[in-house]
Structures are given as C-alpha cells and as structure tokens.
Design a binder for this molecule. Structure first.
Ligand SMILES: [Ca+2]
Ligand SMILES: [Ca+2]
Length: 216
C-alpha cells in the first residue's frame, strides 16, 4: 500500500497511522469517487513533502546534539543512540515539566538512550500534524508515572507537583484537585483512570491536548 512507504525512515509507524487517519477523514467527504481519488493523491503528496522536510530538520537537530557521534548525513544502517541526558538539554524540552518521562516513554531500548527513530517519533507525536487519538495514547503513557497502565492518585499528585511546583499547593488542595479529576474521569468507579476513562475525559476538555505539543 502506497501509504506505508510514506515514512522517510524505518520504524516510524506513527506517520503511517497519521496518513491512514487522514484518508479515513477523506472518505466522509460528499464528492464523487474520481474527484475524491484526486484529492487523496494530491494531499498525500503534500503530507509526504511536509514530512520529508520535517524529518530532515529533525535529523539536523539530532546531529547537532553530538556531531562527533551522529553522522552529518542520515545512515539507516548505523546503530547510533544518544543518552537521554543529552537530549533533555534541548531548550524546547527543558521547559516542559514532563520532559523526563516523555523521553523515557519514547526510548525504545529502555536503557536511557534514544535512537534517531525514537527522537523522530517523539517530536512527530508532539507536532500539530498528529491526530488527537494518537496524542492521547502517548499522553496517557507520560502521565502514568509508575507505569502500571492506569493513572491513579499517586500519578495525579506527581503531575500536579510538576505543573505547579512542589510547594505551590497545600496537601489539602492537591487532594481536592485529585478528587475532582477522579470524579470527572473515573467512569467505572474503580478509583483510577484507565485509558478509556482518560480518553473520555479529554474529549470533554478539548484544550487539554493542545498542551501536549512541542515545536522545534
Ligand atoms: Ca499509574
Ligand atoms: Ca476507572
């Protein structure tokens, strides 16, 4: 399928999903079949061009982090990884209160390293090209600080601490906010947010996902 050839680099499954999503939207358009096909082809080319340019720009940033390790030109066969510590120094990430967990989520080897594919996937998910359902999937992973596949009270406390600074809210205020979030989102009443709870909750707060965005 032509769409599967869209990613510039191997392992970048996210963009396949993005483009399939766009095509899904296209089929809802009330136009005749021939016109619709033209629209698909034209827009695939636009998305492809835009993505190639973004990928090249991101590779340039990855190379600049460690020019002595990362070749100037992309080499698909090179097994190159940079430590998360180095990537976390990027100004765009440093200002994000969740950057450490964000880097861990996208580090595929789970050894505190990041390949270029990991790096590309991370900034792709954070870009404004990515549909909300994909952003929600990764936002859930980021906010699940203890990685038990639920957002529970302790995750919310960590999240609030990072958003407000650890001493900004009193213990009672933190408990009140956590209670409100649970009251709003915990659909099955088990005291924690599953991904389904979380996804439902953010559909009711459309501005929420706009905060899951970093442009570099
Ligand atoms: Ca959790
Ligand atoms: Ca629940």
């Amino acid at each position: 399928m032509a769409l599967c050839a869209l990613p510039m680099y191997r392992g970048c499954n996210m963009m396949v999903d993005v483009n399939i999503h766009e095509v899904e939207c296209i089929w809802l358009m009330p136009v005749d079949c021939a016109l619709r096909c033209c629209w698909v082809v034209t827009n695939m080319e636009v998305v492809h061009r835009k993505w190639r340019s973004e990928s090249a720009r991101l590779y340039h940033r990855y190379h600049a982090l460690a020019p002595e390790i990362v070749p100037r030109y992309f080499n698909d066969s090179a097994d190159i990884k940079l430590p998360l510590e180095l990537i976390s120094e990027m100004p765009e990430l440093k200002e994000n209160p969740f950057h450490q967990k964000l880097l861990q989520v996208f580090s595929e080897d789970k050894q505190d390293n990041m390949s270029f594919n990991d790096f590309l996937n991370m900034f792709s998910i954070l870009s404004d090209l990515t549909p909300q359902h994909l952003k929600a999937y990764y936002a859930f992973k980021v906010y699940d600080f203890n990685s038990d596949n639920f957002i529970c009270q302790s995750d919310l406390e960590v999240m609030l601490g990072k958003l407000t600074g650890d001493d900004e809210l009193s213990h009672e205020e933190v408990q009140l906010v956590c209670h409100k979030i649970m009251e709003e989102g915990d659909l099955d009443g088990d005291g924690k947010l599953s991904f389904a709870d979380f996804e439902y909750m953010i559909t009711r707060a459309p501005d929420f996902m706009s905060t899951f965005h970093i442009r570099i």
